[in-house]
Design a protein around this ligand. Sequence first.
Ligand code: BGC
Length: 449
Amino acid sequence: MSLRFPDGFLWGCATAAYQIEGAPDADGKGPSIWDRYAHTPGMMVNNDTGDVACDHYHRFRDDIALMKRLGMQAYRFSLSWARILPNGTGDVNPAGLAFYSDLIDELLANEIEPIATLFHWDLPAALDDRGGWLNRDSADWFADYARVVFQAFDGRVKKWATINEPWVVSDGGYLNGTIAPGHRNRYEAPLASHNLMRAHGAAVKVYREIGRNEIGLVVNIEPKYPASPSNADVAAARRAAAYMNEQYLDPALLGTYPVELREVFNGAWPTHDPADFDLIRQPVDFIGINYYTRAVVRHADDAFLQAAVVHQSQSTYTEMNWEVFAQGLTDTLLWVRQRYGDIPIYITENGAAFYDPPAAHDGRVRDPLRADYLQKHLAAVHDAIQQGVNIKGYMVWSFMDNLEWSLGYGKRFGIVHVNFDTLERTPKDSALYYAHVIASHGEILSKPL
Ligand code: BGC
């Protein structure tokens, strides 16, 4: 069967500011919660920080030249809020805007479409001092920041994402303390989630006033499959899906929270002002889906959600200990359409961390597992398109190896290898493969690797 993708399908790659830029205080940038968190002893594996990262701040022109050589048609990146508004609100830092203006111009000069994410986890530290996402004012702070950015770049940027993965911000940042700001509080998590969603809605509202192109929300979806047909396991999978997959898309697109969440959070579930849902449920132009893995779930009395993940011994797992399960991506895309309607979808992230051997004498970095992951997942996207889902593009995570948040530089997701001593970039075999996929509109996917 031919795996040719529809004309106009957008092929690209993705990154995020704190993971690649470095230059944490260059040209008037203010600190973000990640600058703080990474410098707090004990928070980061290997004491890694984003101080240098891939030094993309100084090397973006070379990086874009490499994207061009690989045939990328789009590049999804995020803006550092604290570069643009060092205190989170108030005075704009012209040098911060200038950096992104140059980046966008360089992309356009290379015929690569910029896709900009407003918030990929690096909240200005000054706003965390005011309560961060627990403060209801955060929706206004975000809307004001969004206005500055839209005024500067809309038109040159035609696709915007408001928030990247609110679930990770809430679960990792406020419930489990695995990412900045590192809180562990069951009462805080749903409050943070709710304010993130209000912020999303407030930014979309501003966009409808002054923007002319497309805006959407980016969520990570991890489909939950019951480990057995028993009522207990099915209910556990339902709770897990409500918590991770529906907690954000439901309010954004349906104007409610899934009922299971009240049971999950119990006394920690807040009372919501019904008017908030009018703000949250703004019409969006697309949904960005980040997909990495699935979870097979069983009932477990002692676990949060009373649900535990069941290891699949027949499957391959990545360095993140995530199961490789491409069918889950097709299932996810069909589920989004079935639950939320025929809304345009971009795959805004998909990829895998595997151990990469050092470059061989011939200079090649052989990463067959990553190429295999891409082949299977792109075929899964094609399958969903065949079944009528309106999927407009695919961004591989990630363009290059980068700081995997608290896990540091050891987890490599890049299709381009980065030597973190010399900062030299080397396209891995998976990058060359992806370049062929793009050039052949997917035709090559049907051939063995
Ligand atoms: C995030 C990325 C991250 C990737 C791999 C997503 O949750 O948006 O920033 O590096 O997954 O963990």
